[in-house]
Ligand binder design. Structure first.
Ligand code: UDP
Ligand code: MG
Length: 136
């Protein structure tokens, strides 16, 4: 039985600025993901606030939204079997210090806020996030 899923991935401003786009995409491809949609853009802060609304009560919310809207990002739909979980595993822990060897955040993340990539955390949120960027 096939279990093809889609998940949303973002290459965050710190990684775009350091020109890590092709290395990170290669990491996805070599781990079996297909990039089925992508766009490069810069968010308004108000868009970042909508995107990260689940975190609106957290102390880091304002800085997070400032940061995500501070530079160019690359937004992608990734597809493969079990894409949501497999992408979370490939990204590694939120704080690069805790990320396992070989994960994107271990390789490229600078700090908990500049951790190079976003990835949807559930199938339901993947649908919402893909809609946010691609269905309007
Ligand atoms: N974040 C932060 N400080 C924290 C926790 C999270 O700056 O103490 C940022 C971090 O960049 C993270 C994002 O907020 O990627 C969203 O947090 P979440 O807990 O959803 O982590 P993720 O799903 O990205 O691993
Ligand atoms: Mg999250």
């Amino acid at each position: 039985m096939s279990n093809i899923e889609q998940t949303l991935s973002i290459i965050k401003p710190d990684a775009v600025e350091r020109e890590l786009e092709s290395q990170i995409k290669e990491k996805f491809k070599s781990n079996g993901f297909t990039i089925t949609k992508e766009k490069k853009l810069k968010l308004e802060k108000s868009d970042a606030e909508k995107f990260y609304k689940v975190h609106e009560t957290k102390p880091f919310y304002n800085d997070l939204c400032e940061y995500l809207s501070s530079g160019i990002i690359i937004v992608m739909v990734l597809e493969k079997e079990n894409a949501v979980k497999d992408n979370r595993d490939l990204m590694g822990a939120t704080d690069p210090k805790n990320a396992k060897d070989g994960t994107i955040r271990k390789l490229y993340g600078i700090s908990i806020d500049k951790n190079s990539v976003h990835g949807s955390d559930s199938i339901e949120n993947a649908k919402i996030e893909i809609d946010f960027f691609f269905n309007n």
